[in-house]
Design a protein around this ligand. Structure first.
Ligand code: ZN
Ligand code: ZN
Ligand code: ZN
Length: 148
């Protein structure tokens, strides 16, 4: 056991335990990569980064597991590629409370969570049930802006 269990890793372990998930190196690794940057991470990018350690089926299972438990949420970028971001603390199993706008950069395709913007209430027709709203703001991110 190394002494370099970071605070971040301790948080991940807590998060997994709270959600009744076994703490495994693979799960910790995926959490680490998802929280690595400000932007969300796409599934292909994630596959590229952890591909040597985690096979695709396992990775897919970890992601859908995390999504079910309210640990991560999925956003589709401008190409329709699944992209994952970490959830806020008040998400739980089958109850995602992080309905928020996502900013997608039209140059680099990065996805950012804009958590401080309230989502509109969408009135749906009678006998319709609303499960979620996907609202994307499209533009230039700070990185691409500075390269202009
Ligand atoms: Zn969530
Ligand atoms: Zn960009
Ligand atoms: Zn988000």
């Amino acid at each position: 056991m190394t002494s370099v269990t970071s605070e971040k890793e301790r948080d991940f372990i807590k998060l997994l335990k709270q959600n009744a998930l076994k703490v495994t190196p693979h799960r910790l690794r995926v959490l680490e990569e998802i929280t690595q940057k400000d932007a969300a991470i796409s599934q292909p990018d994630l596959e590229k980064i952890v591909g040597k350690e985690i096979d695709r089926v396992t990775l897919y299972r970890i992601l859908s597991n995390f999504e079910e438990k309210g640990i991560v949420h999925k956003i589709f970028d401008l190409n329709g590629t699944a992209t994952y971001a970490i959830c806020t603390a008040d998400c739980s199993e089958n109850h995602h409370h992080d309905q928020h706008v996502h900013f997608i950069c039209s140059v680099c395709n990065s996805v950012y969570c804009l958590e401080e913007i309230a989502m509109p209430k969408i009135p749906v027709p009678a006998n319709f049930t609303l499960h979620g709203i996907a609202l994307n703001a499209v533009g230039l991110c700070a990185n691409c802006q500075s390269e202009q």
